[in-house]
Write a protein that binds this ligand. Structure first.
Ligand code: GLU
Length: 449
């Protein structure tokens, strides 16, 4: 490997030995950049890569809240404003018990390249808390969100940093966060958050955008192979917002999602989550707060596999849409042995680096990376910001058409970038390179800091 690239990776490994997810994502992204660094010696001269792996700013804050029994709890809040070269920092908030600095930093780094790939004016950020929303009452969630915003509001704003949802943060949480921001600022700056309710500036199609965008991206991949989505079977994971959007769009286009997963195991529905009743039931499952995918099996009388992952099922398309590092080498081997042709990542970094490399080496397998596939969510967030600053609403058809176009552009930019740097048809490297180049250009132009 190029000496400069390996020295930067070594540096990151040494400095961040206690942050395995962050090291993993840097290695994954940078492993695609060799031909770029060789062709652009100016990047090494400006030590661009060592600058890029250091967040512009990252902070933690105390979040104290009272539960319904009057007991106090203290959580850690995080915001990592990773890179603002392309626009206001942009990225979600994750509320999950396992949130730690490594996870926030890996997500912020990924977000920087993903946001760049959308072609829209947004920088990269991520934040969240180790707050566990499971089993909390509505009032507890509200008090937590209010306390979280009291600590964060000074450091965000429509032109500064625009948080949104991620795991554990949906429309309800964004509503409470926005209410508190508005109260503290004494101003209706609704461009400060995205994923809002429609009545106070949310964008139509935002709730569907990540899942729909992923399926639109898949359509581009299939078209390249001369295939159509109609009739395809898809193994997905999770049953949250993203997977719901995938099921809905796949159903509309004549494909079917046959697996879902949760912390308790996975379900296999050979007929597919492909009726409106079934797709709508995912919303009920999520709203119940039970966090159990077995509910689906009980309701529709399909197989439930306790404590297992769905990656052993023979399907046309695998879409890991739940969480990071969900697919390890063992599952990757099973996927290859099953002759699956399309491996389309959806969750952020759902594949370990060795498993991803293995899958990419399988002859005939097409691998698509999450930072491109799931970028439709943040892209529609950027469209929400545009609507807020113009003080108007676009129709669902208008937003959907833009999302469709953006997904096509992301796909095309990735294909072209890989080809330009001599890597052939490589969607993973292409997304890394295209995302990198836009950030790199902006950083180079803005001087050394
Ligand atoms: N958390 C989502 C993501 O991973 C959405 C971020 C946003 O809309 O700002 O891209």
């Amino acid at each position: 490997m190029n000496a400069y690239l390996s020295s930067v990776i070594e540096n990151v490994k040494k400095k961040h030995s206690d942050e395995p997810e962050f090291v993993q994502t840097v290695e994954e992204v940078f492993s695609s950049l060799e031909p770029v660094i060789e062709r652009h010696p100016e990047y090494e001269k400006a030590d661009l890569l060592n600058r890029m792996v250091e967040p512009e700013r990252m902070f933690t804050f105390r979040v104290v809240w009272m539960d319904d029994a009057g007991k106090y709890h203290t959580n850690i809040g995080y915001r990592c404003q990773f890179n603002g070269a392309l626009g206001p920092y942009k990225g979600g908030l994750r509320f999950q018990a396992n949130v730690n600095p490594s996870i926030i930093k890996f997500l912020g780094f990924e977000q920087t390249f993903k946001d760049s790939l959308t072609g829209l004016p947004i920088g990269g950020a991520k934040g969240g808390s180790d707050f566990d929303p499971a089993g909390k009452s509505d009032a507890e969630v509200m008090r937590f969100c209010q306390s979280f915003m009291q600590a964060l509001y000074r450091y965000i704003g429509p032109d500064v940093d625009v948080p949104a949802g991620d795991m554990g943060v949906g429309g309800r949480e964004i509503g409470y966060l926005f209410g508190e921001y508005r109260r503290l600022k004494g101003a209706f700056e609704n461009g400060v958050l995205t994923g809002k309710g429609f009545s106070f500036g949310g964008s139509l199609i935002r709730p569907e955008a990540t899942g729909y965008g992923a399926v639109y991206y898949l359509q581009n991949v299939l078209a390249h192979e001369g295939e159509d989505i109609k009739g395809k079977t898809i193994a997905a994971a999770g049953f949250g917002n993203v997977t719901w959007g995938i099921c809905q769009k796949a159903m509309q286009l004549g494909a079917k999602v046959v697996t879902l997963s949760g912390p308790d195991g996975y379900i296999y529905d050979p007929d597919g989550v492909a009726t409106q009743e079934k797709v709508d039931y995912l919303l009920e499952m999520r709203a119940s707060g039970r966090n159990k995918v077995k509910d689906y099996a009980d309701k529709f009388g399909v197989e439930f596999h306790a404590g297992e992952k769905p990656w052993g099922i023979k399907v046309d398309v695998i879409m890991p849409s739940a969480m990071q590092n969900d697919v390890h080498m063992e599952q990757a081997k099973q996927i290859a042995a099953n002759g699956v042709k399309y491996y389309v990542e959806v969750a952020n970094m759902p594949t370990t680096n060795d498993a991803l490399k293995f899958l990419m080496e399988q002859p005939g397998m097409v691998v698509a990376p999450s930072k491109a596939v799931n970028a439709g969510g943040v892209a529609v967030s950027a469209l929400e910001m545009s609507q807020n600053s113009e003080r108007l609403f676009w129709t669902a058809e208008e937003v959907d058409a833009k999302l469709h176009g953006i997904m096509k552009t992301i796909y095309t930019m990735s294909v072209e970038a890989a080809e330009k740097y001599g890597l052939g048809y490589n969607l993973v490297a292409g997304a890394n390179i295209a995302g990198f180049l836009r950030v790199a250009d902006a950083m180079m132009a803005q001087g050394i800091f």
